[in-house]
Each structure stands twice: as structure tokens, then as C-alpha cells.
Design a protein around this ligand. Structure first.
Ligand code: G3H
Ligand code: 13P
Ligand code: ZN
Length: 309
């Protein structure tokens, strides 16, 4: 049991048709719910921290909570920086004990993205830390981009091969039609699997990462709506599409929105049914249990990662 890099986890996942869940964490209850689920399912696990999470909880709290989770569960866990926007935040996380960092240079032109990623790879590798980069842009329906215009932002397979070769990056986040948040598609969900297959054939040894991969489970949307959440029209990636992606080289599947929905739906239910409740343990505890249940479902039925530890 230790903080580990994703090297071994991804090497195993690449050879098979499952993916490792990478879950965003912001506080103790979220960490506990996810880690308990991974323990029960005997699954590999990545916990990831965004810049917003670092600001909210302070890095030292999150690192110590993850260390406590490792001690308590006996699991090996990867601690990953999600969407690092510059060299400085990646360097800080490496120095803070993270075992994996993402440098997200996807908004920059190709050559700038390569130069920035290369800089992070040099620093991180010297300290035994692995690096994820991103090529192609994730756009959501909220960005008001039409489907054909959206596909212009998808990852170019030839560029992906050149990018990996020139940066020495350990894993690559690709854009094939997913987006962050609860509103991913207006009409029928569509992911460009042909593109994904082309990419994975060109760089078969590079683990691919799918961001914006929440499935936005209807039961939680329904619960949120029922208890005053008012989030009609929320739509995620269908579960079978995640399974397909895992067959075509996707080794890491990023999930945040589903955690938010699971926890918030349960807390909303409690306040709707017991408006006079004011003990935080009485709503955060059930929120944690809802996360655990959802993550178990995800690991077992969507990622296929049960007993892959
Ligand atoms: O990709 C974004 C993650 O969902 C993190 O979101 O920046 O609000 O923490 P956040
Ligand atoms: P979701 O918003 O689909 O959960 O995606 C999370 C993510 O990609 C974090 O990097
Ligand atoms: Zn993301």
C-alpha cells in the first residue's frame, strides 16, 4: 500500500479492455466514499485534484487525506493533478508528493503545447512522477458550437503520434466528443470511435485518457429535479460508450460530475424530507454512502475494473 504512479496500472489496462477510474476529490467524505468503493471492488484507483480543489481544501489537506486513505484501505492509489494549466502548478504538485500531473496545454497552438508539455515532463520524470497531456479541445453544448464545428476541435491522429514522440509524455487525453459537466449532448450522443481507433493504432503503447466521461445517471438527475435541483436536459455519455472506449486504448476515465450529482441528490433528499436537520454528519455521511454506491456501480459495470488490482 502506497502512493504509486499510474505506470503499472496503465500497462495492465492497455493489455485488456477495462479502464481505471480517475475520480475528482475535494473533501474527506468524497475521498472516503470513492476509496471504500475501490476497496470493495478490489480495483485500481486514481484520485485527482483540480486547481479549484487545491484552492478549496488546500493541497496539504488533500495530500494528507489521501495518505490516510491509503493507510486505512491498504490500497495503492495514484494522486494526480487534473488540468494543470502551467508549469508552476505542475512543479508545486510534484514537490507536494503527487505521483502524476496533467499539463493541459490544449488551448495553445501545437508547438507551444509541445514545448510546455516537454518542460513539465523533464521536471516530473526527474522526480519519478508521470505526466498526462492533452491534445484537441473538449467543447460542450454550452459553448454553442455546432456538431461539425465541434469535430474540428477533435484530436488529430497524426498530430497525436508526433506529440507523444516529441514530448515523451506518459499518457494522452484526447478529444472525441465528450465534454465536462452535466450537459454533454443536445441530441443523440455521439463519440468519434473511428478517430479513437486510428489514434490507438498509431500510438498503441500510449494510454489514452477520456475526460468529460460522466454518464450523468438519470436516477440522480431525477432526484435532483424532484427535490428542487432543477437540472432538466442533463445528459451524459451512455455507459456502453465508455465500455467501447475502454476497448480502444482508453485506460483512464475521468469522473467528477457523477460524484457531484450523487452526493448532492442525496443531500437534497435529506433536506427535503428533514428540513430541521442541522448535524452535518447526518447529510454528509449519507452523501458519502451515495458516492460509494455510485462508484461501485461505475467500477463494476461501466469501467470493468473490479478485481483488476
Ligand atoms: O475537469 C474539471 C473537473 O470537473 C474539476 O472541476 O475545476 O470545478 O474543480 P473544478
Ligand atoms: P465530467 O464532468 O464528465 O465528470 O468530467 C470530469 C473530468 O474530465 C475531470 O477532468
Ligand atoms: Zn477534464
Amino acid at each position: 500500500m502506497a502512493l504509486v504512479t499510474s505506470r503499472e496500472m496503465f500497462a495492465k489496462a492497455l493489455k485488456s479492455d477495462y479502464a481505471v477510474g480517475a475520480f475528482n476529490v475535494n473533501n474527506m467524505e468524497i475521498i472516503q466514499g470513492i476509496v471504500d468503493a475501490a476497496k470493495i471492488e478490489n480495483a485500481p484507483l486514481i484520485l485527482q485534484v483540480s486547481a479549484g480543489a487545491r484552492k478549496y481544501a488546500k493541497p496539504v489537506y488533500l495530500v494528507k487525506l489521501v495518505e490516510a486513505a491509503i493507510k486505512d484501505s491498504g490500497l495503492d492509489i495514484v494522486l494526480h493533478l487534473d488540468h494543470g494549466e502551467d508549469f508552476d502548478i505542475c512543479r508545486k504538485c510534484v514537490d507536494d508528493g503527487f505521483t502524476s500531473v496533467m499539463i493541459d496545454g490544449s488551448k495553445y497552438p501545437f508547438e507551444e503545447n509541445i514545448a510546455l508539455t516537454r518542460q513539465v515532463v523533464e521536471y516530473a520524470h526527474a522526480k519519478g512522477v508521470v505526466v498526462e497531456a492533452e491534445l484537441g479541445k473538449l467543447a460542450g453544448i454550452e459553448d454553442n458550437i455546432k456538431v461539425d464545428a465541434r469535430s474540428a476541435t477533435f484530436t488529430d491522429p497524426d498530430e497525436a503520434a508526433e506529440f507523444v514522440e516529441r514530448t515523451g509524455v506518459d499518457s494522452l487525453a484526447i478529444s472525441i466528443g465528450t465534454s465536462h459537466g452535466a450537459y454533454k449532448f443536445k441530441g443523440d450522443p455521439y463519440l468519434d470511435f473511428e478517430r479513437l481507433q486510428t489514434i490507438s493504432k498509431l500510438i498503441p503503447d500510449t494510454p489514452l485518457v477520456l475526460h468529460g466521461a460522466s454518464t450523468v445517471l438519470p436516477e440522480f438527475v431525477e432526484l435532483c429535479n424532484m427535490y428542487g435541483g432543477n437540472i432538466p436536459g442533463a445528459q451524459g455519455v451512455p455507459e456502453e460508450m465508455i465500455r467501447t472506449a475502454a476497448k480502444y486504448g482508453v485506460c483512464k476515465v475521468n469522473i467528477d460530475t457523477d460524484l457531484r450529482l450523487a452526493m448532492t441528490a442525496e443531500i437534497r433528499r435529506i433536506f427535503a424530507e428533514q428540513p430541521s436537520e442541522f448535524d452535518p454528519r447526518k447529510y454528509l455521511g449519507p452523501g458519502r454512502d451515495a458516492i460509494q454506491k455510485m462508484v461501485q456501480h461505475k467500477i463494476k459495470n461501466v469501467l470493468g475494473a473490479s478485481n483488476r488490482r
